[in-house]
Design a protein around this ligand. Structure first.
Ligand SMILES: Cc1cc2nc3c(=O)[nH]c(=O)nc-3n(C[C@H](O)[C@H](O)[C@H](O)COP(=O)(O)O)c2cc1C
Length: 321
């Protein structure tokens, strides 16, 4: 389907892993691009778990964008070389990760106050690589005013786009989003601007789309984990309740099969599935009860029975009926 705007699946470390992305893409409609959670350097190498995430055979969707978390130009080169080697023609740079363990080392949102470092990183990237580069940005590390200083630096390079999560790092993923940061970026960035943050329902999407008419690309994270139908709803595709339950059954079944295949033992697969349910349970009106039943299911057979019963009989949430 061609449309004026695009929906991106946000990268969420531990949730939108290659299993999730692959299974999701096989069942649901509406996502135009899948962003891989960041890969980063540790002891001059990348961890096996990151390698699995970027292997081309694990990423069969049309448009998949890997993300790098780096503190300087050496790390950027090291990680980008790996990604280019695997054939990626588009890379995303993380300038938004808010966690102090990351920002204190000058990565993620920790890059934002250091304009010279950002300049060096981008300069090095464009000197060495032909693959497109986009940036996922926060409004600031300490203050939303930081965006005013970073935008001119970003404007000096041919970025493919900038996706803004309009919060400062201290807020993590909670509290008011900062509309002024979006307005400033929309007016002053010379690159296409994408929006990310707190789109949990069709109404949220429409409200933001009205508020920021210049934005074409929308990145959605938790909203998709909590309502797998949200991207298709945004595209105007409506499913009835039976179709939804069938899709949720399939999704769940396939996720479990894949985790059983890709983790070392059934216990690990069960842990992954329980983590998946921390958001998946929001498909049901009584989310808390559904999640409690899942958390109590300490054995795979019990888990399967509980999950099947919830998906088959619990009332679906208003948003997804
Ligand atoms: C558990 C978790 C893991 C995340 N991992 C990443 C990541 O690897 N890279 C990144 O750029 N953002 C990451 N994020 C941020 C999301 O991509 C997104 O910006 C955030 O959830 C806000 O969007 P949403 O309101 O649509 O969920 C993560 C967020 C959460 C909650």
């Amino acid at each position: 389907m061609t449309s004026e705007f695009m929906i991106y699946l946000a990268p969420l470390q531990g949730f939108t892993d290659f299993v999730y992305r692959k299974v999701y893409a096989g069942i649901f409609q509406g996502v135009d691009a899948y962003f891989i959670p960041y890969i980063t350097v540790q002891n001059a190498a990348i961890l096996k778990k990151y390698e699995r995430e970027i292997l081309p055979q694990n990423n069969p969707q049309n448009r998949v964008v890997p993300q790098i978390l780096a503190k300087d130009e050496e790390e950027v080169r090291f990680l980008s070389e790996i990604l280019v080697h695997y054939g990626y023609t588009e890379i995303n740079l993380n300038m938004g990760c808010p966690y102090p363990m990351v920002t204190k080392r000058g990565r993620g949102a920790g890059l934002l106050p250091d304009l010279e470092q950002v300049y060096r990183i981008l300069n090095t990237y464009f000197e060495h690589f032909d693959s497109a580069l986009s940036v996922k940005l926060r409004a600031g590390l300490e203050s939303p005013g930081e965006i005013e200083r970073i935008v001119p630096v970003l404007n000096e390079f041919p970025l493919k786009e900038v996706i803004l999560h309009p919060r400062i790092a201290r807020q993590l993923y909670k509290g008011e989003t900062i509309d002024m940061a979006v307005d400033f970026a929309a007016k002053n960035l010379k690159h296409p601007l994408g929006y990310n943050g707190d789109i949990f329902s069709l109404e949220d999407y429409h409200r933001k789309a009205r508020q920021f008419p210049e934005i074409k690309n929308w990145m959605v994270g938790r909203g998709v984990l909590m309502n797998a139908f949200l991207p298709s709803e945004i595209m105007g595709i409506q499913l009835n309740e039976d179709e939804k339950r069938t899709a949720l059954f399939q999704f769940h079944q396939k996720m479990l099969e894949e985790y059983l295949e890709t983790t070392d033992n059934p216990g690990n697969a069960l842990n992954k599935m329980q983590q998946f349910w921390s958001y998946f349970s929001y498909h049901f009106e009584n989310q808390a009860k559904a999640f409690k039943r899942i958390k109590k299911s300490k054995q795979l057979a019990l888990f399967k029975a509980e999950a099947g019963s919830i998906i088959g009989t619990e009332r679906l949430c208003r948003e997804s009926t």
